[in-house]
Design a binder for this molecule. Structure first.
Ligand SMILES: *Cc1c(COP(=O)(O)O)cnc(C)c1O
Length: 420
């Protein structure tokens, strides 16, 4: 059974003040989890988690993560601004972007963020824009298929991914960057997403560590940091196992001492950029069952829709659902749980076995703490929901209000004609 971090009566309190739908986050769980992540990599002096802001771009959440010593991985101009707002700067920010606009490069450079170049051609572009900074990172794409072992499962296909430098390009890239004045170098790679195995980081680390040794041999450049990026997954389904971050950390350590240390590279800092692993389980979308219909199938309509949580609609992703207060009732009803978009893929669950749902029941959609609210949109004129923080002391705080029609109209409010 999947756990819920808030019970029905506490939720009912909150709803008196903040109507559904909203995403709620569990501060206690977030802190406990990120502490454990830090512990798993405590063997590495320079270790740092750069939380992927795109997963949960909320300054209140970011402040919590900053207190837990995290930096931020930003993918855009606005995410850079948000990191600046919460007081982060310099080496505490990683800027990993692709098809990067000039303005984004300039802001990242101005903030002293570590720029992680997505492509060989960006070296010249950055140099012409604002010069190459002392510290620079390159994103590596080894191509081919990413497998956990020689004969093992294919986890992803980097050769089809738009990101990063090829092997030849990255070697040449470091040479060129050095020539242009860079002095401190890093490498980044993100080769598989939402992995549910302790193998991903260790196998990735092995590839990157071996490449780092080759870079040293071929260019004389000894990397200062290796960024394992994101990709450690979480068990969305109740029968799936949680990744063991302690084991992952110790297996990365083993590869580090087997590959980097003999090459005289035992001072390389390890970075991570986890979004999902750090936050997904500590957020939930709370909605109310407002309509039911009985046609060829049984439908329950919620006051939330795919505009509040897009993953099921676009990836067919599974999100567990708990009907609040009915945790112990047998799941003997088969429902499609839907939102109200005029899109037939707006279903949070299809053929899901659940206890009987009555109108007004509160529904807890699990694991929306990352890539949940942040992927929201305004299709059908639907408005983005509020975000609420369940604080460590048990109190709650509104950390983003729900959008209003006024917000929606504000971008074409050029004259009084369309004023809301
Ligand atoms: C999305 C992203 C992450 C975070 O990925 P998760 O799957 O949430 O761990 C990290 N780094 C980069 C560059 C990303 O684009």
């Amino acid at each position: 059974m999947k756990e819920i971090f808030i019970d029905k009566s506490r939720l009912e309190d909150i709803i008196k003040e903040i109507p559904t739908p909203f995403h709620i986050y569990d501060e206690k769980g977030i802190r406990k989890n990120i502490k454990k992540l830090r512990e798993a990599f405590s063997w590495n002096h320079g270790y740092k988690e750069y939380f992927a802001v795109k997963a949960t771009p909320n300054p209140f959440i970011m402040e919590i993560l900053m207190e837990e010593k995290a930096g931020f991985d930003c993918s855009s101009y606005t995410e850079l601004l948000m990191s600046k707002k919460v007081g982060s700067s310099g080496d505490d920010i990683m800027f990993s972007s692709n098809a990067t606009p000039d303005a984004d490069f300039l802001l990242a450079r101005q903030m002293g963020a570590i720029i992680n170049l997505d492509d060989f051609t960006h070296i010249e572009i950055l140099d012409n824009l604002c010069g190459i900074p002392d510290t620079i990172s390159c994103r590596y794409n080894p191509g081919g298929e990413f497998k956990t072992t020689e004969t093992g499962n294919v986890m992803d296909t980097p050769k089809d991914a738009k990101y990063g430098f090829t092997y030849e390009q990255i070697i040449e890239g470091y040479r060129l960057l050095k020539e242009k004045g860079a002095r401190r170098f890093g490498m980044h790679a993100f080769l598989a997403s939402n992995t549910l195995t302790n193998d991903y980081y260790p196998v990735l680390a092995e590839i990157m560590f071996k490449t780092a040794v080759e870079i040293k041999e071929k260019t004389g450049i000894s990397l200062s940091f290796i960024n394992l990026s994101g990709g450690v997954g979480i068990p969305y389904r109740p029968n799936e196992q949680t990744n063991d971050i302690m084991e992952i950390g110790s297996r990365v350590k083993k590869a580090y001492y087997e590959i980097l240390k003999p090459a005289g590279m035992d001072d390389v800092a390890i970075f991570t950029e986890l979004g999902r692993f750090v936050l997904a389980p500590y957020g939930a979308l709370i909605a109310t069952a407002i309509r039911e219909k009985h046609i060829y199938k049984e439908y329950i309509g919620l006051d939330a829709c795919a505009a509040n949580l897009m993953r099921p609609a676009i990836y067919g992703a599974y999100h567990h659902i708990t009907v609040m207060g009915k945790e112990k009732e047998p799941p003997v009803y088969k429902y499609d749980i839907t939102g109200g978009l005029c899109e037939n893929n707006d279903k949070f669950a299809v053929d899901r076995m659940l206890p009987k749902i009555d109108m007004g029941d509160l529904v807890y959609i699990h694991d929306t703490g990352a890539h949940g609210f942040s992927m929201g949109y305004n299709y059908n004129g639907k408005l983005r929901s509020a975000e609420v923080l369940l604080c460590t002391d048990g109190s709650h705080k509104l950390i983003r209000r729900a959008e209003t029609p006024e917000d929606y109209f504000s971008t074409f409010d050029f004259s009084d004609k369309y004023k809301y």
